[in-house]
Design a protein. Sequence first.
Length: 121
Amino acid sequence: MKKVILIIFSSFFISSFSYSQSSLPKCKGTDREYFNNCFGEYMFFKSKYVGEFQNTLPNGQGTMIYWDNSKYVGEWKDGKPHGQGTYDLTNGQRHEGEWKNGNFVKSSQERKLRIPKKREE
């Protein structure tokens, strides 16, 4: 029950936050076939996308909550993550950085390598 409430709350929060971020008009109707240069939401195979559409596909800024509750927030091109974005997996892992054609290509976070000090004997 808590999981259902969390999903409903997060979907509402993402929808309201995202609508205020776009300058595009709201998409009319529920048929994605008519979504062009507009902002809306659509269910894809048990996953929910909220964001900008162009030529019926996610393009521009948007958020996808996938069927397993993992989430991608960022830029889209031709229906795929493309540009700057963050993908949070359900196991706590986060991929943040640059995406190309749906593939993660470059992290935006520098990771410092810790080299252990040599023990004195």
